[in-house]
Design a protein around this ligand. Structure first.
Ligand SMILES: C[S@@+](CC[C@H](N)C(=O)[O-])C[C@H]1O[C@@H](n2cnc3c(N)ncnc32)[C@H](O)[C@@H]1O
Length: 480
């Protein structure tokens, strides 16, 4: 079993000094190992490049995910690039025709929506428009590409490897590779034996992640007794399904990075759990993914606690799931949570949830805020800094601006506590207008003076004192 072994197989992280070398020449060494894994059409499960190299330019996309899919009987490398708002997918034909078990051809281009993996850097579906190709590949036309020679695939992969991402996380059927660049631009490769299945179905993510007929959905009243989502519950169903799509890869990443231990039960807490829709969905999906989950739902609604307890009893899940009737602020846990969830905890209850997560040093936090009244109220009595008076003059505009300000400040506060924060749309607005998600991974990075100064300047300019700062930065004073 290889674990924590670098390129040199000597049991330690191996720095492979290749600073400045073009990726194309990288047949050996760390980048060569990653390249070979990306080109392995029957071994690659998925790979993600993200971050930026210190001192380098930011890549055009925040992250890129690749995996193989079978389209029209041929294996293709599917490349999904995420910008601030959405995913852009293109498929490059590989060299393996007539792949065993390949999906039959679908008429025309592959539907690009849902072609995206559960998005990490932006949860919007991929759009089917033509995308500029990286590394000299042909422009994608709505998904499926005309077959091109294998060398084209290599060119595309080399093009991806040349992009100035700070790290590559590669999962194959037999190992996990993590390549990162040090401050000096050196490559460090970490390899670990692993075992997982490759899935190349092109419609994999069109299938629902949560089977509407899952007994817990019926028990919760989301689905009817025939296992169909009730029309009135469609929005909640989509919210929890899409939320969980963002949870799964973030958890995988936290585990691979060693921030969450694999050898003990996974502790998850859902703050402001209400009727436990997300609580049970997350429990169900994480358990199905092989995690030994201990889930706690917290809400200050005693009726909800009783109802939820009955539901889990009916499902036989009571040994691993419990509900506590308490406020988020005061709830006591026996064990520190690995993952903190909060879906639409009202107003400043989201701040309370984030503050508890920080206090528990939770490695992973996913919070989708609800209404934001706190900053909105504060803005009413503020004289806006010039020339922004128009942004608070009209009620609806002030409300939306307060949303943006609140979540920007939340992200900034979390960053000051050593969290890497992504702010993404987790579900289409037709399913809820409250569709923004803060996803925070605790890296322990020390806050920089710039970060602090940026935050201080924003709160001072708008003369606001956000609830999260009041909870976590007791010294925070903005001279109101
Ligand atoms: C809009 S509901 C969302 C429920 C659930 N998360 C969902 O998405 O279905 C908000 C829930 O947060 C709970 N809540 C609000 N503030 C709270 C607090 N300070 N402590 C505990 N629960 C709270 C409410 O009782 C309610 O059940």
């Amino acid at each position: 079993m290889r674990s924590g072994v670098g390129v040199g197989d000597n049991g330690a992280m191996q720095p492979v000094v290749r600073s400045g070398e073009p990726a194309r020449a990288a047949e050996a060494g760390a980048l060569g190992v990653v390249r070979a894994a990306l080109l392995d059409q029957s071994g690659l499960v998925r790979a993600v490049a993200s971050g930026r190299r210190r001192g380098g330019e930011a890549p055009a996309y925040q992250r890129v995910e690749v995996r193989y899919v079978d389209l029209k009987g041929q294996r293709h490398l599917q490349i999904t690039e995420f910008d601030e708002r959405q995913a852009h997918t293109r498929n490059i034909a590989g060299a393996e025709p007539d792949v065993a078990g390949a999906e039959p051809a679908v008429g025309g281009a592959e539907p690009a929506v849902g072609g995206a993996e559960p998005a990490v850097g932006g949860a919007e579906p991929a759009v089917g428009g033509a995308e500029p190709a990286v590394g000299g590949a042909e422009p994608a036309v709505g998904g499926a590409e005309p077959a091109v020679a294998a060398t084209e695939l290599e060119k595309v992969v080399d093009g991806l490897l040349e992009l100035p991402y700070g790290s590559w996380h590669v999962e194959t059927t037999s190992e996990t590779l993590r390549l990162r660049y040090t401050k000096k631009g050196k490559e460090l490769l970490h390899r670990q034996d692993d075992s997982r299945e490759q899935e190349t179905g092109h419609d994999r993510v069109k299938q629902r992640m949560l089977d509407p007929a899952a007994p817990f959905l019926i028990e919760l009243g989301i689905s009817d007794h025939l296992g169909r989502v009730k029309p009135s519950r469609q929005a909640k169903y989509k919210q929890i399904e899409e939320f969980c799509k963002l949870l799964a890869p973030a958890l995988d990443e936290a585990i691979s990075a060693g921030r969450i231990a694999k050898d003990r039960p996974l502790q998850v807490v859902d703050l402001g759990c209400g009727n436990a829709y997300l609580t049970l969905a997350a429990y169900h999906l994480l358990s199905a993914a092989g995690h030994d989950v201990r889930m706690t739902g917290i809400d200050h609604n005693p009726a909800a606690r009783k109802r939820n307890a009955r539901v889990v009893e009916a499902l036989g899940w009571q040994d691993h799931l419990r509900f506590v009737d308490a406020t988020i602020q005061a709830a006591e846990l026996d064990v520190r949570p690995d993952v903190v969830l909060a879906l639409h905890a009202c107003d400043t209850a989201t701040d309370d949830a984030l503050a508890r997560a920080v206090g528990w040093e939770a490695p992973l936090v996913l919070a989708a805020p609800c209404c934001h009244h706190d900053i909105q109220k504060q803005l009413k009595s503020v004289t806006p800094p010039a020339p922004y008076a128009l942004m608070t003059r009209y009620g609806i505009v002030r409300e939306r601006f307060a949303d943006v300000l609140t979540d920007s400040l939340r992200a900034a506060v979390l960053r000051q506590f050593g969290y890497r924060v992504e702010v993404v749309q987790f579900v289409d607005s037709q399913h809820t207008p409250r569709n923004l998600l803060l996803r925070a991974a605790r890296t322990g990075a020390k806050p920089t003076a710039e970060l602090q100064a940026e935050y201080d300047a924003l709160v001072a300019e708008w003369q606001v004192n956000p609830r999260l700062a009041q909870l976590l930065l007791p010294a925070a004073e903005v001279g109101l």
